[in-house]
Design a binder for this molecule. Sequence first.
Ligand SMILES: Nc1ncnc2c1ncn2[C@@H]1O[C@H](COP(=O)(O)OP(=O)(O)OP(=O)(O)O)[C@@H](O)[C@H]1O
Ligand SMILES: [Mg+2]
Ligand SMILES: [Zn+2]
Length: 300
Amino acid sequence: MKFCIKCNQELGAHIYGLHEQCFSDWFLISMHQKFKNINPQKNSISSSYSKIQQKKDTFFHGRYKKFSATLNEVDYILKVQETKYPDLPYMEYTCNRIATLLSLAVAPYKFIEFQERPTFVTRNFMQDYTGTLNHIYKFLPKGEKHHNCKQIAKVIMTETKNLNEVIKFVKMCLFDAFIGNNDRHGRNIGLIASSKKTLLSPMYDNPSYFGTEEENVLGADLNLSGSVWTSKSKEPRIKDYVEEFIQMGFTKICLEFKKKVLTQFPKIKKEVEQSYISEKRKTHFLLFLQKKIKEFENVK
Ligand SMILES: Nc1ncnc2c1ncn2[C@@H]1O[C@H](COP(=O)(O)OP(=O)(O)OP(=O)(O)O)[C@@H](O)[C@H]1O
Ligand SMILES: [Mg+2]
Ligand SMILES: [Zn+2]
């Protein structure tokens, strides 16, 4: 990386692709420390996890896309750039920045260079709890049709007994529809259960589909829909979600979200423009966001 992604300034000597000062400011460490206990992580599309575990020493060759690691005794997950999806770490970082601009509760995140590859870093939030992370699919009957707004909201309400946690889910669906994240499947929504209470986990795995689409297909007018179905739609867009959530009694939340997106849009736009996503991808992603802004403007 030629620039430090934290401060956007030119980079000379660096630690993990950041200025020494930026690195220590971001990770709250005072001296030069390194990531330790680096372990390849199981990923849903890898069938050879056991082999990977046996061959940890080869990970430097960039075979793996995810690692757990500790820095100054804090646990992180490193999502390393893959050859097939070069822009994905940048997109994931940018989408998390957008979520932050919208005041959504995302897992803390950073960006580094790891083994000479751009890497999205997320702080393992489970170290803040004595409990277990359960993916939402475990609470739902099998089948895509059950992965819908009402059933998921019902599970969250039953498990957490807290309407605020359901509201976080409502905002998550609106956010995904806005950025074009069509991958909010049953493992990408989590509940943290401890002996005292259950909570919706911070949002994780939040990139737009625009981060993975092949560059030469990008020109097409991608018409992305959310992966959490509504009562009326298997391909829900913003208006379908709003209709559903109004029916469920969340009119105020939808209108507040609309207002937030509209007021923050100049900053969101700037965030995307300044990102390290390729120019072509950036252009199409911005056009998509602009289209979504129009859809939000039509929400009454
Ligand atoms: N910040 C975090 N803290 C704790 N656990 C996390 C965090 N981020 C992700 N996870 C866990 O790790 C799993 C994989 O992470 P993530 O979904 O970001 O990776 P992915 O490779 O995009 O997804 P998949 O493995 O489903 O293809 C998640 O399903 C979740 O259980
Ligand atoms: Mg995932
Ligand atoms: Zn810097």
